[in-house]
Design a protein around this ligand. Structure first.
Ligand SMILES: C[S@@+](CC[C@H](N)C(=O)[O-])C[C@H]1O[C@@H](n2cnc3c(N)ncnc32)[C@H](O)[C@@H]1O
Length: 288
């Protein structure tokens, strides 16, 4: 009897603790929004919780409320939390089969336009943008293309503009490039300097890097291609739908939308406005 009671008490205590943490997390996100204008209120909670817990540990505080107190008064703490929350993992020619599919399925579409505007939303430190630029250059369509590469996080954009990536990654990226159907020596695109690979600046001659927040900023142009990979995976369903609305209104008719391997348009209200160009690679063409 006592054992059951103890278990029930334990469960109730755990529920209570989790309830308090949920409230604290909601308040933290509200505070961030009101103080700094960054809106993480509709990001998927499980991943948010993990990242906030990590920041608490690194700032040496025991509760979410204490972290909130700290970051309301200290923008440096906010900057560090943004880096944690915005999850910037990326790679050159990440998912090589995707880039091979771009050559086969999407570039023929782009060739039908005299000029193409591409939006890479959530571009992180730029590896995806440099990969696309290389591909477009090799396919001979880069000179009639402008790429708008955006991210919520100004720090990653600064890295993207510099175009210097870790030298030790080049072996992996070379393999990815070859699997993506690359036709040249990958090392032609960079020179080594200390432990960095400095990419040819001319690769970004047609790229505009700019801060843009998918949650709160509106459309800023019309595009023939939108690439938004591995970003919406961190958003809850209603936020995903809002971003789909933004993309739908930003694409020309018959424009192409590309998502990450784990992302889909299937459950959004916009699903029937697109046809699948390549289901595995999450490449969709706007019908209407
Ligand atoms: C995991 S990275 C993906 C990078 C790249 N697209 C790729 O697939 O390799 C996710 C990026 O989305 C950005 N991000 C997160 N929330 C955002 C938002 N609300 N608006 C714009 N970018 C956002 C993050 O800063 C991060 O750089």
């Amino acid at each position: 009897m006592f054992a059951i009671r103890a278990t029930e008490d334990g469960a109730a205590e755990k529920d209570g603790r989790e309830g308090v943490e949920r409230i604290e997390l909601d308040l933290l996100l509200e505070a961030i929004y009101r103080r700094y204008g960054f809106d993480f209120r509709e990001y998927a909670p499980a991943s948010l919780r993990r990242r906030v817990a990590r920041r608490m540990k690194q700032e040496g505080v025991a509760t979410v409320s204490a972290l909130q107190d700290l970051l309301l008064r200290n923008p440096d703490v906010m900057e560090r939390l943004i880096l944690d929350l915005s999850i910037n993992v990326t790679a050159m020619f990440r998912d090589p089969t995707f880039y091979a599919a771009m050559r086969e399925r999407v570039f023929p579409e782009l060739r039908t336009y005299p000029f193409t505007r591409i939006w890479v939303a959530g571009c992180s430190t730029g590896e995806e943008v440099y990969s696309l630029a290389i591909l477009l250059e090799e396919e001979g369509i880069y000179d009639r293309t402008r790429i708008y590469a955006t991210d919520i996080n100004e720090a990653v954009l600064e890295t993207a503009r510099r175009g210097v990536f870790p030298l030790h990654k080049m072996q992996e990226y070379t393999q990815n490039y070859i699997r993506a159907g690359g036709t040249r020596a990958f090392s032609d695109y960079y020179v080594s300097a200390y432990d960095g690979a400095v990419f040819d600046g001319s690769l970004v001659r047609n790229v505009v890097f700019a801060q843009h927040n998918l949650v709160s900023d509106s459309s800023f142009n019309e595009f023939q291609l939108i690439v938004c990979r591995n970003v919406m995976i961190y958003f809850d369903r209603s936020l995903q739908n809002r971003v789909h609305e933004l993309f739908h209104e930003s694409l020309v008719r018959f424009g192409v939308l590309v998502l990450g391997h784990k992302e889909s348009i299937r459950f959004s209200p916009y699903a029937d406005r697109y046809e699948e160009l390549d289901a595995d690679e999450r490449i969709f063409k706007k019908r209407r």
